[in-house]
Write a protein that binds this ligand. Structure first.
Ligand code: ACM
Length: 270
C-alpha cells in the first residue's frame, strides 16, 4: 500500500489557498492513502473564539471536506486531514477520513494542547478504526485498517494503544508539532503496539500573538518494528509516498512466549 505524507506550511486564514496547495500534491503523486497535517486548511494559532467560529466548518457539508471528497474521488485515494470542525456553538480540532465513497468518519482530538483548550471542545467520541481498500501489486483489492489520532494525543500512550487494540494496522497522525519529542516518541508508539504510524506535520512559524510558535516538521512513517521508513526535514515542504505492507502490523507475537496485546495484565493497571 502506498502512503503519502504531506508536510505543508499553511498561511493562517487562507483556507481556499491552503486546500488548493495541499490537493495539488495529490494530483502529482499517486498514493492509496494520504495523511495531511492537523488544521491543514486554517493554520494553527487562533487568537479568539470568534476567529475559530469563523474559520471552522461543519463536516461533511463544509467546503474543505467537500473539496477533499472531490479529490478522493478524482484521484481514487483515501485522505485523512486535520481541520477545525464547527457543530452548533462548539468547535473541535478534528480530522476527517474521506474516500471515493465520500465522508467516512470524523475524529475529534481528545487531548487538547495548550491554548487549544481555549478554542476547542475536547473530543467526545472514542477512538475508532476503519477498513479501507487498496490495490495489491497483483491487482487484487486488499484491506487496511486505519485509526486516527491528532498531534498531542501521542503523549498519552493510551491513544495509540486503544487504536492497536481496535486492530489498527496504520495510525494516521495529523500534527502541528511544536515540542521536540514526538518524532522519537512515535518510534516507541509503533514498537509497543506493532503498528505503522504516519505522522504528517507542518513547518514554518506563526506569531499571531506575543508567542512565536515554530513547527518542527520531521513528518515520518515508522514501521511496526520501530524502523523509520521515512522522515522529512525540519524546515522544508515535502510530499512523500512510501510503500508499506499493512499485514506486517498483524502479528503481535514477539517470540514463542510473548504477545504484545495478549500479555497485558489489565487487573494491575489503572
Ligand atoms: C499539538 O497538539 N498541536 C502540539
Amino acid at each position: 500500500m502506498k502512503i503519502g505524507i504531506l508536510q505543508s506550511q499553511p498561511q493562517f486564514g487562507s483556507v481556499a489557498e491552503n486546500v488548493t496547495t495541499a490537493l495539488s500534491q495529490i494530483a502529482t503523486k499517486k498514493a492509496d492513502l494520504w495523511v495531511f497535517p492537523e488544521l491543514f486548511n486554517t493554520g494553527y494559532q487562533f487568537i479568539s473564539k470568534k476567529e475559530v467560529l469563523a474559520l471552522s466548518e461543519p463536516i461533511p457539508t463544509g467546503p474543505t471536506t467537500q473539496s477533499l471528497i472531490a479529490a478522493a474521488e478524482k484521484y481514487k485515494t483515501t485522505i485523512v486531514a486535520g481541520l477545525a470542525e464547527r457543530e452548533g456553538k462548539n468547535c473541535y480540532n478534528s480530522a476527517v477520513l474521506v474516500s471515493p465513497r465520500g465522508h467516512i468518519t470524523t475524529y475529534r482530538k481528545i487531548h487538547l494542547f495548550y491554548e487549544e483548550k481555549r478554542w476547542f471542545a475536547p473530543g467526545n467520541k472514542a477512538f475508532e478504526v476503519y477498513s479501507i481498500n487498496y490495490k495489491s501489486e497483483r491487482g487484487g483489492t486488499m484491506k487496511c485498517r486505519i485509526g486516527i489520532m491528532i498531534c498531542f494525543d501521542w503523549i498519552f500512550p493510551e491513544s495509540a494503544r486503544s487504536l492497536a487494540l481496535l486492530g489498527a494496522d496504520v495510525i494516521c497522525h495529523p500534527s502541528n508539532l511544536v515540542l521536540p519529542h514526538c518524532p522519537q516518541a512515535m518510534i516507541t508508539r509503533s514498537l509497543e503496539n506493532r503498528v505503522f504510524s504516519a505522522t504528517a506535520n507542518r513547518v514554518g512559524t506563526e506569531a499571531r500573538n506575543t508567542e512565536k510558535l515554530r513547527f518542527i516538521g520531521q513528518s515520518q512513517v515508522v514501521s511496526p518494528q520501530g524502523k523509520i521508513l521515512f522522515r522529512a526535514p525540519e524546515d522544508k515542504l515535502s510530499a512523500k509516498v512510501i510503500t508499506i505492507d499493512p499485514k506486517e502490523a498483524r502479528n503481535k507475537s514477539i517470540n514463542a512466549y510473548n504477545n504484545l496485546l495478549k500479555d497485558r495484565v489489565e487487573h494491575y493497571y489503572f
